[in-house]
Design a protein around this ligand. Structure first.
Ligand code: ADP
Ligand code: MG
Length: 201
């Protein structure tokens, strides 16, 4: 979460510029506010006993601190992941199940399908790549790197799409030619996971 907060902060302007093109120019600010609140919530004497308690706290904090569409969506993903991980530590198999639950939760809440030019277009290939790597016995570090690469590719693939969900959908065909902000921040979150797991090894 520390790494996510740092990368969101470092890419705040880029996320805002992407949202300026097809939204309302607040995605960078929204996520920075959210993850600053997450950092504060996790530092003030909060001592979770399970991975799930930590992720649930992250989700609740995002929901309560981010006004935009992305706050409830990312928040529900972290909460859904939290529900899966009622143990002090999580291995790659558990994390794969949790990520799947996170994706399901975003899809249930936002009703976006693949190709609608949303965070789902980064999250879906990332979860699949993570699953595939874990199923092949490649372990957490490789799985997280595969997920990050797939998320990045998924985010880039949103450029030629026409938005069918969220604010960008109001632009119709004019949303074509721009990378989706939420897919981009999703890729940043997976990149932070990959870097952190590689370093912790
Ligand atoms: P807002 O659109 O309220 O200003 P943000 O700018 O923080 O919120 O987030 C916009 C991002 O949220 C979009 O780029 C998209 O990825 C994501 N998003 C919006 N609506 C949906 C939805 N229904 N399902 C999935 N993701 C969505
Ligand atoms: Mg916005």
């Amino acid at each position: 979460m520390t790494a996510v907060a740092a990368t969101v902060s470092a890419h705040k302007d880029e996320l805002t510029e992407l949202d300026a093109a097809i939204g309302d120019a607040d995605h960078g600010a929204n996520l920075q506010r959210g993850f600053t609140a997450v950092t504060a919530a996790l530092s003030g004497g909060f001592e979770p006993e399970t991975v799930g308690q930590l992720l649930t706290k992250v989700g609740m904090t995002l929901i309560s601190s981010v006004g935009g569409a992305s706050g409830p969506l990312f928040g529900s993903a972290f909460r859904a992941m939290g529900k899966q991980l009622a143990t002090p530590e999580a291995d790659a198999d558990q994390l794969a199940l949790a990520l799947r639950a996170g994706l399901d939760s975003v899809r249930a809440l936002g009703a976006a399908a693949a190709g609608d030019k949303t965070m789902v277009d980064a999250l879906t290939p990332a979860v699949k790549a993570f699953d595939d790597a874990v199923a092949a016995g490649l372990g957490l570090v490789v799985a997280a790197r595969a997920a990050a690469d797939a998320a990045d590719e998924g985010a880039r693939a949103t450029v030629p799409m026409q938005a069918r969900k969220g604010r960008a959908s109001y632009l119709g065909e004019r949303s074509i030619g721009h990378q989706d902000p939420g897919a981009t921040s999703t890729a940043l979150i997976f990149a932070a996971l990959a870097e952190t797991t590689a370093r912790a090894r």
